[in-house]
Design a protein around this ligand. Structure first.
Ligand SMILES: [Zn+2]
Length: 56
């Protein structure tokens, strides 16, 4: 439980981790799914993945 909270803490603040084996380029950014929370995520800049802001 404590571990779950700490691993999802970053997700709550919109700092996600992509599934590195499943990253695709959509013509604008790299997109993937967060391996912690499962949200669709989009790479904002090097190492910075945000919840996908172009599709809800
Ligand atoms: Zn996440």
């Amino acid at each position: 439980m404590v571990q779950w909270i700490s691993s999802n803490f970053r997700c709550l603040f919109n700092r996600h981790e992509p599934v590195h084996d499943d990253v695709t380029w959509d013509g604008a950014h790299y997109i993937s799914n967060c391996h912690r929370c499962g949200s669709g995520v989009r790479r904002e800049s090097q190492g910075v993945w945000r919840r996908d802001w172009l599709q809800l």
